[in-house]
Ligand binder design. Sequence first.
Ligand SMILES: Cc1cc2nc3c(=O)[nH]c(=O)nc-3n(C[C@H](O)[C@H](O)[C@H](O)COP(=O)(O)O)c2cc1C
Length: 243
Amino acid sequence: MTMETVQADPSAPGGPALFSTMSTMRAMRRLKPEPVPEELVEQLIQAAVWGPSGGNMQCYEYVVVTDRQVMARLAPLWKRCVDAYLATTGKYAPEGMDEAAYGRMVAAIEYQRDHFADTPVLIVPCYRFPEPRLDEEGLAASARALGPAGTEHMMNTQTRFQALAEGSCVYPGVQNLLLAARGLGLAANITIWHLMLEQEWKKELGIPDDMATFAAVPVGWPAGNFGPVRRRPVADVVHRDRW
Ligand SMILES: Cc1cc2nc3c(=O)[nH]c(=O)nc-3n(C[C@H](O)[C@H](O)[C@H](O)COP(=O)(O)O)c2cc1C
């Protein structure tokens, strides 16, 4: 039996607009210091909350910083993280990136580092899994389903599994937030370097010990220009039916 390919539904909501939003959503690190209206901040969090989470557990919380004094206390923490990054992983251009493009990125990173206290809004997505409810009967059934090697692998990779599972529950929402920002004409970029000093950030923001943070997203009106993202061609990244 031959199957006909179903073409995209031209009446799908926002098709072309969504694609142009995605293809021009650069990491925007140069922000104007002017505040962002509260309604827009709320729309960003709404977009994040619309993201999926495993089992629809929705155990996310978002810390939204707009207070100038709090931001001023975070700025030195951000500077230490950026300086650590630029001294190590960020010291050399990643493979495939030309020196000029890398130089422009580093200049934008340094700009953001040096103006961090003026960031209008900083959003810190957090997540905490509830304690799993496990019983012996269920664990035995799981071991039978996975088999001995699968069960051993699962036991040995619990930490990674848990971290990835939590991240997987947070990052779809973060991507929604970034897209919403782009759609509203706001500049934003996902960052994770705060993780280098996560304990200090959590202390400064009063985040509970058992709550993990996953990103710090500075948001504001763009001081730079939106434009097309530079990415590898689709044909280079696809493996059809098998690697
Ligand atoms: C998981 C993740 C973590 C990132 N962390 C940082 C970060 O800590 N600091 C930063 O300046 N950019 C960070 N970025 C932004 C990337 O550097 C940026 O998206 C990438 O260089 C592509 O640039 P473009 O989005 O402008 O095309 C991160 C992006 C991702 C997906």
